[in-house]
Design a binder for this molecule. Structure first.
Ligand code: ATP
Ligand code: MG
Length: 396
């Protein structure tokens, strides 16, 4: 029913001279989402400080959902378009409000007149249309503060947009404007949320999963693929590298003190992720660590890993509580995938008393005397690579 989507951008207006770059990135993302969902012609233009997407065919709910995942947009409204004439507004408003089928609701009208040749001002227009609605719809009453329905009118030079639905988006910055990350994705709740946080700060990302085959089954890999499909919607598509990690784990657990296993696994995960970053030209790494959540995430362990890492490690969840992370996981739709139980190789190798404050002497001694570069390189070279489009479909 809607062929026009009015997109609202947030921080981009603040970007001064760089604004065109940000808009270009945002438009590219919107265009790829439209192309992967919509069959037909479309246009995407800046119309008087609004990004307006006009479609040849009606927007499907799938497309609407796709657009709701685009960082850099704060919200958007699917709108009916009418000519610039007060008389043309009520028929469109009726089309929207008739859908309520007589349900009792509160409403308000919000108008924005950008077209200065339109005779009525914003306030007058809201009052006029509000009055018409009250006359015709006995089920509706006005509530200025917390209305259940907002009738949104935008008067531009060429059209008036009428809408009653606002869809929230992630906000923040368009993907690709803040650098390129390798994000470590595991099967839990945290790392997908961490990736989402960095996507809405404008980072493009590739995912890496360390697959402890043959110590764990195939299900965990399928789970990571499902999570990547969801995350691809926030990233304008992505790649997932599934790195065989069993040999590395085997080697480390044979040679190190039991207490240091988990931390050393993490170190070598970071090292492979760094190798990948070098290979693809990424700028930093990202993990789902939250301070103190498990024993491997103490401040001492994080500091030790930071010192050993060639690349900056971003940990966007470091100050988040578990419940906050779970709420976000529900919101971005990774929760129900993450909750599926899976084999965890780290648990299989888990020491009884994992180190929480590593002795630097032992740590450095182990690293100096165990050159695993070849094993790490082999693991990365044997990675399986999956590519996802912005809709979250696997490309072969
Ligand atoms: P998550 O919920 O993200 O799985 P977690 O609470 O289970 O995290 P850890 O297992 O200690 O915590 O992992 C901390 C972070 O290290 C993860 O968020 C992820 O970024 C990374 N990580 C851990 N295991 C793997 C793995 N097998 N492959 C890729 N990254 C991993
Ligand atoms: Mg985990």
């Amino acid at each position: 029913m809607y062929k026009t989507l009015v997109l609202n951008v947030a921080e981009l207006w603040l970007k001064g001279k760089n604004r065109p770059l940000y808009f270009k990135a945002l438009k590219n993302h919107v265009k790829s989402v439209v192309k992967s969902h919509h069959v037909g012609e479309y246009s995407l233009r800046n119309e008087q400080h609004r990004l307006v997407l006009r479609l040849e065919n009606e927007a499907t709910e799938e497309l609407i959902k796709g657009i709701s995942c685009i960082p850099g947009l704060t919200s958007f409204t699917p709108a009916l378009t009418v000519e610039v004439d007060v008389q043309a507004i009520m028929p469109a408003v009726r089309r929207e409000l008739d859908k309520l089928e007589g349900q009792k609701k509160t409403f308000k009208v919000v108008s924005k007149r950008v077209n200065k040749s339109f005779k009525m001002g914003s306030m007058d227009l809201s009052q006029h249309i509000g009055g018409e609605i009250l006359k015709e719809y006995k089920n509706l009453s006005v509530d200025i503060r917390t209305p259940e329905v907002i009738v949104d009118l935008k008067v531009l030079d060429e059209d008036i947009f009428v809408s009653t639905r606002t869809i929230q988006c992630p906000g923040g910055l368009p993907v690709g404007t803040s650098g390129h990350l390798v994000s470590l994705l595991s099967g839990g709740f945290d790392s997908p949320v961490a990736s989402y946080m960095m996507a809405k700060r404008g980072c493009r990302q590739e995912f890496i999963f360390f697959y402890a085959y043959p110590f764990v089954g195939e299900e965990v890999k399928e789970k990571i693929i499902s999570i990547s499909k969801v995350l691809a919607r926030y990233q304008n598509g992505c790649r997932l590298y599934v790195v065989p990690f069993g040999d590395v784990q085997n080697h480390i657990s044979k040679h190190c003190k039991e207490d240091y296993r988990t931390l050393l696994f993490r170190k070598y995960m970071m090292e492979i992720a760094s190798m990948l970053a070098d290979k693809i030209g990424a700028d930093a790494l990202c993990t789902g660590d939250a301070l103190g959540q498990v024993s491997s995430q103490t401040i001492f362990n994080m500091a030790t890993l930071d010192k050993a890492s060639k690349h900056l490690i971003l940990r966007p969840l470091v100050g988040h509580n578990k419940l906050e992370i779970l709420d976000l996981a529900r919101q971005i739709e990774t929760h129900d995938i993450s909750i599926i139980p899976h084999d965890d190789a780290c648990a299989l190798f888990a020491p009884k008393h994992p180190v929480i404050r590593p002795h630097l002497k032992y740590w450095e001694h182990f690293i100096e005397n165990n050159d695993v570069t070849e094993i790490l390189e082999k693991a990365l070279n044997e990675a399986e690579i999956y590519k996802f489009n912005p809709k979250g479909e696997i490309l072969s």
